[in-house]
Write a new protein. Structure first.
Length: 280
């Protein structure tokens, strides 16, 4: 959006908000191209994503003018970075990381990988092929607190917008989550019915599961229960072996995670307490 102005607003709902926003933008000769809004009637909250022709030079002035016609404590963003910076956390599985690095290499989205950090050294050689820094921080032989302290220190060496857990198989502490609140995004499989614990694909196969899915979500203290960004499914049948299900699962996981990163990089996701507003 180099020649456009992007505006994100969330505030208490009130009569005339769309008109007030439109009139303010018109005063600055900004022509609205798209305007997507949503009202959460239960919470009485208003959300809007506006794209206008032309790049307005004084973002603070525009934000202040909008604040003057919006309810108190309105959250307003004008032209957030259109090149989101990302740190990726990994363990041993390569499929999500590979998809992320290839997409960045061919510049298919507005994201820039700052570094990859792994609690195993397994994916270093692959990451090196893309000339992206890889940092190995082992969790073995030390306390969870010490491991996370080292991890936090390393992450903070980089300027970033989001931390992507690309099959990072460690349960994070409330302190870690709080340190990077609303910055952590995870991906996990979803089966119908759901199977947890060891060998979920083997469990799914033995029960004749017909649908495999994946969920990308923000990370909270509740394991795998944070605000959902993207979900999708793939149908399977009785001919699928456990290996076939694993392959299908990996394909859907990387597709869902990629879609979530794209939505975040385009500022199409807004948090609304325990859920998200996604302007696709």
């Amino acid at each position: 959006m180099h020649n456009q102005t992007l505006i994100l607003i969330q505030c208490q709902d009130a009569v005339g908000l769309v008109a007030n926003i439109s009139n303010t933008l018109a005063q600055y000769q900004l022509n609205i191209i798209t305007m997507r809004e949503y009202v959460d009637e239960e919470a009485n909250k208003f959300f809007v994503r506006v794209v206008c022709n032309g790049l307005f030079p004084d973002q603070t002035q525009l934000a202040n003018s909008l604040a003057n016609v919006l309810p108190p404590s309105a959250q307003i963003q004008v032209n957030p970075s259109n090149r989101k910076k990302i740190v990726v956390l990994v363990t041993k599985e390569h499929h999500c990381l590979a998809d992320i690095l290839v997409r960045q290499h061919f510049e298919t989205w507005g994201a820039e990988i700052q570094a990859v950090i792994g609690n195993y050294d397994t994916l270093r050689s692959f990451t090196d092929k893309f000339e992206i820094p890889f940092h190995y921080i082992s969790h073995e032989g030390i306390s969870k607190e010490d491991f996370e302290t080292q991890l936090i220190t390393q992450i903070k060496q980089y300027d970033f917008d989001y931390i992507i857990l690309a099959k990072f198989m460690r349960i994070l502490s409330p302190l870690f989550v709080a340190t990077f609140e609303n910055k952590l995004v995870n991906i996990h499989h979803s089966f119908l019915p759901a199977f947890i614990g060891a060998n979920p694909y083997k469990q799914a196969h033995s029960r004749g599961v017909k649908i495999i899915g994946a969920t990308a979500h923000f990370v909270t203290d509740q394991l795998d229960e944070g605000p959902i960004i993207v979900q999708d499914i793939r149908h399977v049948n009785h001919t699928y072996t456990v290996k076939d299900m694993v392959t299908a699962g990996k394909e859907i996981e990387k597709a869902v995670l990629s879609r979530a990163i794209r939505l975040l990089s385009e500022d199409r996701v807004m948090l609304n307490d325990y859920k998200t507003i996604v302007f696709e």
